[in-house]
Design a protein around this ligand. Structure first.
Ligand code: CP
Ligand code: NVA
Length: 321
């Protein structure tokens, strides 16, 4: 059966660590070509810099051929249904990566495509981002059970993916958001019920930041919410990640942001550009982690631990079919 990656919960037990180990190996060189001869279609209904570029480059480096399909040319929902687009792309390509306004579009695509579908951000979640974020925390020696991750700002797609991550890895996750800007209630309930992590939703960012290992923020107005911008700016005043807030956190706290950032809104320029910030490591790691993900999805037979020389010769029998 094909395997989609629509949510972090599509990862099986133990797969997180396997992906990270594979990403470590892929970071060392570009000799491994599991996508040789394969076409990957990218449907993007919204703008993107990091996601589009890291996927396109990653697909090239893995030997595949990316076909970028901007919203204007596909017109899902206006020119063609997601279901038909999924059926059609399954005849031409081996995988679809999609960034959509409505998560339901992803579900419809995946249901009707016979090839794997990857969530490159929806209104509900952004699993590729949080996967790379966890890899970045591991790189900075921050990944230990109980790590305190404090997200200050909107309970948006990034927060929903963090809640899903909290079901895979034990952490203390705190969201500090104004009333009415919480996460998806179903995902929150599921994460609470899973009992894997300690989860708190609070309104006071200063109290939330106490002893934080990680301070994370994202824009106050996500793509698709532009009409709410004025109201949101008002609601989130007081939720800026700045030096005052950083002062409450652990002295070795790292600052994260998925980018793009608005300096002076959700984060002050001195914190975003300061020594606690690891935002460009996060962005770089999108490439390495997504390559590991795609390699696994195209052929999920075990690869981790495969001696590097096999990868370098390109003769790894696992990928010969
Ligand atoms: N963080 C992220 O997904 O960036 P883009 O919107 O530029 O892809
Ligand atoms: N929450 C943001 C994330 C961008 C990467 C958005 O959806 O616009």
């Amino acid at each position: 059966m094909k395997k989609d990656f629509l949510s972090l919960l599509d990862l099986g037990q133990g797969e997180l660590n396997d992906l990270f180990e594979l990403a470590d190996e892929l970071k060392l060189g570009n000799h491994f070509k599991p996508l040789e001869g394969k076409v990957v279609a990218l449907i993007f209904q919204k703008p993107s810099l990091r996601t589009r570029v890291s996927f396109e480059i990653g697909i090239h480096q893995l030997g595949g051929y990316p076909v970028f399909l901007p919203h204007e040319s596909v017109g899902i929902g206006s020119r063609e249904s997601a279901a038909d687009a999924g059926r059609l792309l399954s005849r031409y390509s081996q995988m679809v990566i999609a960034r959509v306004f409505e998560h339901n579009v992803l579900l419809e695509l995946a249901e009707n495509a016979s090839i794997p579908v990857v969530n490159a951000l929806s209104d509900l979640s952004h699993p590729c981002q949080v996967l790379a974020d966890m890899y970045t925390l591991r790189q900075h020696g921050k990944l230990r059970p109980g790590v305190k991750v404090v997200f200050v700002g909107d309970g948006n797609n990034i927060v929903n993916s963090w809640l899903e991550m909290s079901m895979l890895y034990p952490m203390h996750f705190v969201l500090a958001a104004p009333a009415g800007y919480g996460p998806d209630p179903k995902i929150l309930q599921q994460a609470m019920a899973a009992g894997r992590s300690r989860i708190e939703i609070v309104e006071d960012p200063m109290a939330a930041a106490h002893d934080a290992d990680v301070l994370y923020t994202d824009v106050w107005t996500s793509m698709g919410q532009e009409e709410e911008q004025v109201a949101r700016k008002k609601a989130f005043a007081g939720y800026q990640v700045d030096f005052r807030l950083l002062g409450e956190a652990d002295r070795d706290c790292v600052v994260m942001h998925c980018l793009p950032a608005h300096r002076g809104e959700e984060i002050s320029a001195d914190v975003l550009d300061g020594k606690h910030s690891i935002v460009f490591d996060q962005a770089e790691n999108r490439l390495h982690v997504q390559k590991a993900l795609l390699a696994r999805m195209i052929d999920n037979r075990a690869l981790v631990g495969a001696p590097l020389q096999y990868m370098e010769t390109g003769e790894l029998p696992l990928f010969s079919s």
